[in-house]
Design a protein around this ligand. Sequence first.
Ligand SMILES: Cc1ncc(COP(=O)(O)O)c(C=O)c1O
Length: 405
Amino acid sequence: MKKNLAINGGPKTIDRNFPWPVFDETDVNAVADVVRSGQWGNPDCADLVKAFEDEFAAFCGTKYALTCVNGSVALRLALIACGVRPGDEVIIPPYTFIATSTIVLEANCVPVFVDIDPDTYNLDPSKIEAVITKRTKAIIPVHFAGQACEMDKIMAIAKKHNLKVIEDACHGHGAEYKGKKLGSIGDAGCFSFQSSKNLNCGEGGMVITNDEKLYDMINSLRNVGRVKGGQWYEHHYLGCNYRITQLQIALLSNQMKKLKEETNRRFNNGNYLNSLLEKIDGIKPLSRGKGETIHSYHIYIFKYDKSKFNNLPKPEFARMLAAEGVPCFMGYPQPLYKQPLFQKKNFMCYAIPEDVDYTKVCCPVTEKACYEEAVWIMQTGMLGPKEDMEKYAEAIIKIQKAVRE
Ligand SMILES: Cc1ncc(COP(=O)(O)O)c(C=O)c1O
């Protein structure tokens, strides 16, 4: 019977490609127009960059938006502009992309890992206060996969302890918490336009904020420390050239026209897939209902219980599912603090206090998610028709039947 599985040469449940990135001739023409204009860089075309930033700020409901080279730099600039000092502590989840942690180290600050909520895989607000010390200066909640963190609780803790909140909304373009766009709730919110993201131009980043002081500082830091009204060769702060180009802006502006419709499609597909997968013994979609009004489903995550699949380990299950044609992956293999970077303290020239030790850190929910439970359906797989969702469920049921026999 196992011969029936695609991994063993059987027929695939879904036999089609999932094209990515998604583009059309209007994208090609938008870029071609910039090439022809000869205004490729920035500030050659500062007004066009500003027009896109204004559009993005209006979309998110914030006063300001600032583009930069990528999501990591967006986070780094936002953190530095918040005024952190060497040795300050910054609270982050360990179930996220490495950049959420490295930008903290690059600011000579100490990442403090707080475990995730088993229902949502987002930072667990009930565990934050226990790690707050005199050195804690900021929290970076990550809206993982495009699902909103519990921002009311996080903002209340931040207010009580006078902490800055920088939302990592790198997966959350167009997603909402209680009707507010992700990224618009904390002191600053950061987005990535890297090639896998729901809104992308290959590489790129954005910070949004309502705080004029933060805006001015980030504006300077991304532009080699120049200031408003200053001379071209006058540099006030330790910034760098983190400016986006007009070629990227052209693609982003055109892709932005499709974002709303694509987000709706992902959201509807996600909801439908939840209703199908929750019926399968041993499969549990992540919970909803902790405040998110729109989930951007950059990733669709479900929990896998191997005891209902004849103890088939998760990586093997994910490989079987991928072979069936489902664009899926087993997700992060380990929590961030288990990375050699943290275990060996390979912090290079950055001045991280000597007594910081990550070898004893343990976040059990994250460890379970990484080692046993979490399976990701990738962004490419959430834009197709409803029937794709039915095929994903069918593929899981096919594997379950095969391994039980
Ligand atoms: C959660 C998260 N934060 C930050 C980043 C960094 O964004 P970028 O790759 O644009 O630097 C990523 C990118 O994948 C991410 O997934």
